[in-house]
Design a protein around this ligand. Structure first.
Ligand SMILES: Cc1cc2nc3c(=O)[nH]c(=O)nc-3n(C[C@H](O)[C@H](O)[C@H](O)COP(=O)(O)O)c2cc1C
Length: 266
């Protein structure tokens, strides 16, 4: 198995070192191949907001940079770690630039068989919210999420702080490793089911062949599926899923499209 960490700090200090320590722990204790990628070593341009990736497909992005090299690294991995310093109570700009460039994946999630976590390194305060944001981002991209950790220390890092940081990293390593070894494609949470059913029904009713989201959902068979991937839903989840379809259908109806949902799907 392979785990890749993307680090958003330009320095090879707190954040970078924490990512390296997590990778060392996984390599030694889990026999896992690892790679630490400093985003600052790659050319990532600012999203221009043209929405070509949403409407026509990511290959129509006018920016010629290293986005696809980084996406390929994710595709080749079983696990992804996003590590960022807390800058002004949010992810560092470099991380946000990268996430903006992945915007199309929130429309067409794809990393269902992979595990995700995140590390936030900060001086004082605000990092927990960033963890929650990144947990949400990982989920939206399709990953199975192991909740991220926030490491706090002013510089220079004292021995005591370093021990606390190491303990936290080891705990994350254990959780991440056991998630990597769990069977993929489990039953979705109700929240994930809601997101899938409401978006697929909206896309089916409100978009058409001219939209990449529509053709992608159609080609993946998602308009008729119970969830993004084949999974046996319990009778309750089937019923609730059908209700989400109905809700999306009604709200699409209010926008001038018809209600075509008639029965619960698989
Ligand atoms: C521009 C900037 C903004 C920062 N904002 C915050 C902040 O809002 N909260 C916080 O606790 N630390 C903040 N810090 C401190 C960094 O999170 C801290 O120094 C961290 O260790 C930096 O990561 P690094 O060691 O990987 O460079 C900020 C640092 C910089 C340079």
């Amino acid at each position: 198995m392979k785990v890749t960490a993307f680090v958003a700090s330009a320095r090879k200090r707190g954040t970078y070192q924490a990512a390296c320590r997590l990778m060392d722990y996984l390599r030694v204790n889990g026999d896992i191949e690892t790679e630490v990628v400093a985003l600052s070593d790659y050319n990532l341009e600012l999203c221009r907001g043209c929405k070509q990736c949403f409407d026509r497909g990511e290959e129509y992005c006018p920016l010629q940079d290293d986005r696809d090299v980084l996406v390929e690294k994710i595709c080749e991995s079983d696990g992804l770690v996003l590590a960022t310093p807390n800058y002004s109570f949010h992810v560092a700009g470099r991380m946000k630039i990268f996430l903006d460039r992945l915007g199309y994946v929130f429309h067409r999630p794809q990393f269902f068989d992979k595990i995700f976590t995140n590390i936030v390194f900060q001086g004082i305060y605000g990092g927990r919210k960033i963890n929650r944001y990144l947990d949400f981002v990982g989920n939206g991209l399709g990953f199975r999420v192991v909740r991220g950790i926030c490491l706090t220390s002013v510089e220079p890092v004292t021995e005591k702080s370093q021990q606390r940081i190491d303990r936290s990293i080891r705990r994350l390593g254990n959780r991440f490793y056991s998630a990597l070894n769990k069977k993929p494609y489990g039953s979705p949470s109700l929240f994930d089911l809601m997101k899938f059913r409401m978006s697929r029904t909206s896309i089916r009713l409100m978009l058409d062949e001219s939209s990449r989201d529509y053709t992608h959902y159609r080609d993946q068979g998602w308009f008729d599926a119970g969830y993004f991937y084949p999974v046996r839903l319990s009778p309750t989840k089937r019923l609730v899923g059908w209700m989400f379809d109905r809700m999306a259908s009604r709200s699409a109806g209010k926008n001038g499209t018809g209600d075509k949902t008639t029965q619960p799907s698989a």
